[in-house]
Design a binder for this molecule. Sequence first.
Ligand code: GAL
Length: 643
Amino acid sequence: MLGVCYYPEHWDESRWQTDARRMRELGISFVRIGEFAWSRLEPSRGEFTFGWLDRAIDVLHEAGLKVVLGTPTATPPKWLMDECPDIVPYDEQGRPRGFGSRRHYTFSSETWWRESARIVEVVAERYGKHPGIVGWQTDNEYGCHDTTLSWGPEDLKSFKRWLRLRYQSTDQLNEAWGSVFWSMEMNSFDDVVLPNLTVTEPNPATRLDFWRFHSDQVAAYDKMQCEIIRKHSPDRWITHNFMGFVSDFDHFKVADNLDLASWDSYPIGFVEKFPFTEEERNRWAETSHPDIAPYHHDLYRAVGKGRFWVMEQQPGPVNWAPWNPVPKPGMVRLWTWEALAHGADVVSYFRWRQAPFAQEQMHAGLNLPGLDEWSPGGREAMQVSDELAALGSLPETSQAPVALVFDYQSYWSTMIQPQGKDFRYEELCFRWYEALRHLGLNVDFVRPGGSLEGYPLVVVPCMTEVSEAARAELEKAKGVVVIGARTGSRDRNFRIPENLPPGPLGGLTGNRVVQVSSMRPGLSEQVTGTVSGSAIRWREYVETSASVLATFENGDPALTEKDNVLYLACWADSGLLADVLELATQKAGVATLRVPDSIRIRRRGDMVFAFNYGTTDWALPEGVTPVLGGANIAPQEVAAWRV
Ligand code: GAL
């Protein structure tokens, strides 16, 4: 169940045998290679130098390792960029983004599609049937470094084409966008301009379409690569390594073409990426927040239709966050076990050996910089490998009691028109997830319109546009459904629905939102009733025919209930959110196990795992016999038992 990311091209060939042998010693089965190697595979147009990769794959294969080969499209080489300037992406300020790192291409460029297809074809054809190759990774981390959206001439050209297909006529386009407002009407698709560099804010409907267009392009581009690989490489699976907290494209749509999802887990790096408070950042600086990695494991398990890997696991300090502490001893092991507890098929470390050169020389590996010597993270990986061998195979993950409906488009919509500066969709989902995990619950993510069957509890933190499919599933749901603010607040054209929010869910919730108010940091409103706490950031003024379970200070409904559906008309602070979700579990008959702030538990089949992110011991529940760890879990320790 362990793997590693390896760059044979970074090391003298004389070292490969030793590397492969030591990988086996550590208990590694899978090696991902090749995803940035274009300049070594094709140093100039049409001149292919495959010899080294042939030999590298053979060495790994002969050592008994299974190879996952990456397509090298995240790093188009210099000669290609010089030859084809229309590949270059543009930032929102309209500036071309330069060569010299990676992901310097726009998904809109036809030339880029042609060049990608060409290199993928050549690589897939050469290695597709190699017995050492068990799977493929397309590209590397779509969207990372803000590379989903691009704002250049190629993007405008493709955007126009996409709009023509979507709207057929400018009348329909003008109608959908409400272009009569501020005289934005267009007489021809040629009049379309990019929604950037405007005097004040551009039309939100245009921006949403621009986002959807880019998201569609990522999925189509990935599909193009998958089709070529499948043609040449039968019986191998294909994945893509998604990144944490990159939501600029719909990952579910990309994964529709994949056999499994994978993601790159840098728990400590993400502490700086996520809008935590400074206090939280300091508290979790050397362990990460206990829900950061789990949240993504659960998300990507859903994206992968039940199957996911961690393709890159942080093995020590990283290099790319503003501060990069060394993880506390035990954390690399803990993160590995945690991924497995959440259902990962494989955890693969990034990277085999720390590189003493170039951009990532401050990024740890399983081996010290340039050496054949285990790093502290390497030794922890070895411990996991021994423990895995002792435990035998892990049971399958079963359906969780809670479904969290996650919607990429809601992230785009609330970014486009936040109304309150701190209404952040990802943060909202994360806080709901965190509150559920405090109750000791397993959580499944579900895409909008995905089946909610068999879930006693369904939560929808926010879903700005409620599609027909999403409405139908929510109406069919037999469990308790908790719906958050701003759900159904826009239709597909980014308009306020005719019957007012929550639009298509008006009947289901019994509510009509007549006004919304965003609140400055520091301002809040008391909520009292069956639940209590504070509304912060966002509050809605709701007319309701449902029962009112809690009210704001002026007596307006804050939490309503109609049959099995609860509606929460605000952004809840942690106390209120905990109350609401606990109430929902009670109504749903879902058993909970309240755990301290720094403890998390996760069930995989008949095994329960517990993780200690804190600074004091935690005693396992009475009567359980650990099969991993002891009855007391020390800080940064893991335990597991069977039920
Ligand atoms: C990932 C990326 C890797 C490496 C790593 C460093 O985002 O896929 O290539 O850069 O970060 O943490």
